[in-house]
Design a protein around this ligand. Structure first.
Ligand SMILES: [Zn+2]
Length: 389
């Protein structure tokens, strides 16, 4: 029922508009005008102020023609990672990809295109549906910030579908909690050739701390990573400052907490072992300098765990069954906007749109799966109308 050609062209049009995180305005304006063509109500929330971007989340309501059907939320994010400027999408043998110098940006322009196509189809074919509410979010790629600051009171829907995952053969029901950790190791500067014993090397401390750490895949449901190390100024200076940034994720709060405290412990223990006493002419006992640690531990987002028996999961799985496809529940290692929506009381699942090798220049979109995602959402809207109405 969907118009595959139009959907593909639309996705490419959206992809050609640059929209790095905090710079989503141009894409938002295009979507807004497309939504207004469908006589949907559009407005922006204030999230842009909180994230320092050029536009807020675009919130849309398309009134239903079947008032008894419960409102349904659909959502995809407007921002992309880099390299994402001047993207030139092309289609070959049913696959969309970039020219190899940038990402494709099907993450998540494919999700935007699925939502718009479903809404256009509902309107054009005059299909029965309840209110469709849409959250076109900003800044998903920089920590789900658009969803974090969304004005959730604007929505009536209590259930929804996020379109921001790999394949529509999987339905993401569980995503982890994540914590971000920043450590500043303070040592003591000294000339590395003349008097290294007068210094405390922050690089040495940081590397010993990290060397003791359990990192990578910790267990079935927990991961950890040190992603950034910065520090040092010259080879002839004992470095006095190193900045280390890492993260941990888990589907269990207890395991997340224990991993974070393990990583903090490695730094605290190591830092506590370093001190140096310097003597000068005036003091007999000398002055003792100790290494020091500043740390900032932040919760990035909270986990989601939506039961397979929940309304949105059943809408999707029943839709898939009706269309003759198959789908399996999936536990993801990454967070998505649905993490926040679920916390805010809108129960949401995350359906894939056919995008692969995300966040790389090899990113590609499998068109057959892209169309399938739209068919699934359209059928889920129908079921929501029949069941709820
Ligand atoms: Zn995404």
């Amino acid at each position: 029922m969907i118009d595959k050609h139009r959907m593909t062209e639309h996705a490419m049009d959206l992809i050609r508009i640059d929209s790095l995180s905090r710079m989503e305005k141009e894409v938002a304006l295009k979507l807004e005008s497309e939504m207004k063509d469908l006589r949907a109500e559009c407005f922006y929330d204030e999230a842009w102020e909180k994230v320092g971007g050029n536009v807020g989340n675009l919130i849309v309501r398309m009134e239903g023609n079947k008032r008894s059907a419960p409102p349904l939320l659909l959502s995809a994010h407007m921002d992309t990672v880099g390299p994402g400027e001047g993207i030139k999408p092309r289609v070959e043998n049913g696959i969309m990809k970039s020219d190899g110098t940038t990402i494709l940006g099907s993450d998540d322009k494919s999700g935007l295109a699925v939502i718009v196509e479903v809404m256009r189809t509902l309107k054009e074919k005059n299909l029965p549906h309840g209110d469709i509410e849409v959250a076109f979010t900003i800044c998903e790629e920089v920590g789900l910030l658009g969803a974090k600051h969304i004005d959730i009171k604007k929505f009536k829907a209590k259930q929804g579908i996020v379109l921001d995952s790999s394949t529509p053969a999987r339905l993401v029901l569980r995503c982890p909690s994540a914590a971000k950790m920043e450590f500043l190791v303070h040592g003591l500067e000294a000339h590395a050739g003349l008097c290294p014993e007068n210094g405390i090397s922050a690089i040495e401390i940081a590397s010993r701390a990290i060397a003791q750490m359990k990192l990578g895949r910790i267990d079935d449901i927990t991961t950890a990573n040190i992603g950034i190390i910065e520090g040092g100024r010259a080879t002839n200076i004992v470095p006095n400052l190193v900045r280390v940034v890492g993260e941990a994720r888990s589907h269990s709060e207890e395991q997340l907490e224990s991993q974070v405290s393990h990583m903090r412990g490695c730094f605290h223990d190591t830092v506590s072992k370093y001190e140096v006493t310097l003597h000068d002419d005036l003091s007999v006992d000398g002055v003792t300098y100790t290494a020091r640690l500043d740390e900032k531990i932040e919760r990035s987002y909270d986990r989601m765990d939506v039961p397979l028996t929940s309304t949105p999961a059943r809408l999707v799985t029943d839709a898939v069954k009706n269309l003759g496809y198959s789908i399996t529940p999936h536990t993801s290692g990454g967070g998505c906007d649905a993490n926040y929506f679920n916390r805010m009381g809108v129960e949401c699942v995350n359906l894939g749109t056919g995008m692969y090798e995300l966040h790389t220049v090899n990113e590609y979109l499998v068109l057959e799966e892209f169309y399938r995602a739209a068919e699934i959402v359209l059928e889920a809207v129908r079921l929501n109308t029949v069941n709820g109405g």
